[in-house]
Design a binder for this molecule. Structure first.
Ligand code: SAH
Length: 205
């Protein structure tokens, strides 16, 4: 997976490649799908949600420009795979899920697999996590209609946010950087397709 899908397609951050080698992706899908866990496509995880394909996980993680002391917020825990990848690279991961059954299942999985630097929360992540802010990086793994301002406000100066923005069928992957003076820069990383970001600053249910 790492050689064929990642290294040959623009993933070069050694920390990201190492994390993708370390985390056993088959534990993050149902037993029936385990033999497909290392293919280059998204898979269903129940509740009409999906685990993203390995390449997009790696691409978004690389775009966050992480280092080992960072504290990172993820919106959309889902299967927990993206959070597990982040947990191999940074000091602490905070992850929010709005579907209760996924929240419970994933919290147990993190315990079982001993990912002790992941903190989970059941709520609407579009408003961020004020008590734990500011974050060095924020990753949103569901597609919203716009960049929630409140998430940008929860970034440190020098912080990075990656989020898919667009309509409900297709989005652009957008990277927001807050520079040392607090000014915001936006770059477009290209087209993508995610499930809906549902919440106060996302789509309405
Ligand atoms: N990062 C996940 C991707 C899961 S799909 C993984 O690695 O598997 C996106 C997830 O975002 C879904 O589980 C969905 O329920 C969740 N989600 C959508 N809107 C949300 C919101 N406002 N707050 C928190 N989670 C949300």
């Amino acid at each position: 997976m790492v050689k064929r899908q990642l290294e040959s397609r623009g993933i070069h951050d050694p920390n990201v490649l190492n994390a993708m080698r370390m985390v056993p992706r088959h534990f993050f899908v149902s037993e029936a799908l385990m033999d497909q866990a290392y293919g280059d496509y998204p898979l269903p995880i129940g509740e009409q949600q999906t685990i993203s394909q390995p390449h997009i996980v790696a691409e978004m993680t690389q775009a966050l420009e992480l280092s080992k002391d960072d504290r990172v917020l993820e919106i959309g825990t889902g299967s927990g795979y993206q959070a597990a990848i982040l947990s191999q690279i940074v000091f602490r991961v905070y992850t929010i899920e709005r579907i209760h059954s996924l929240f419970l299942k994933t919290r147990k999985l993190f315990d079982d697999l001993k990912y002790h630097n992941i903190v989970t929360r059941y709520s609407d992540g579009t408003t961020g996590w004020k008590e734990e802010s500011p974050f060095d990086a924020i990753i949103v793994t569901a597609g919203g209609p716009e960049i929630p301002e409140v998430l940008v406000s929860q970034l440190v100066e020098g912080g990075r946010l990656v989020i898919p923005v667009g309509d409900q069928n297709v989005q652009e992957l957008v990277k927001v950087t807050k520079d040392r003076r607090g000014e915001v820069h936006i770059t477009n990383m290209g087209g993508c397709r995610f499930v809906k970001l549902v919440g106060e600053y996302g789509w309405k249910d």
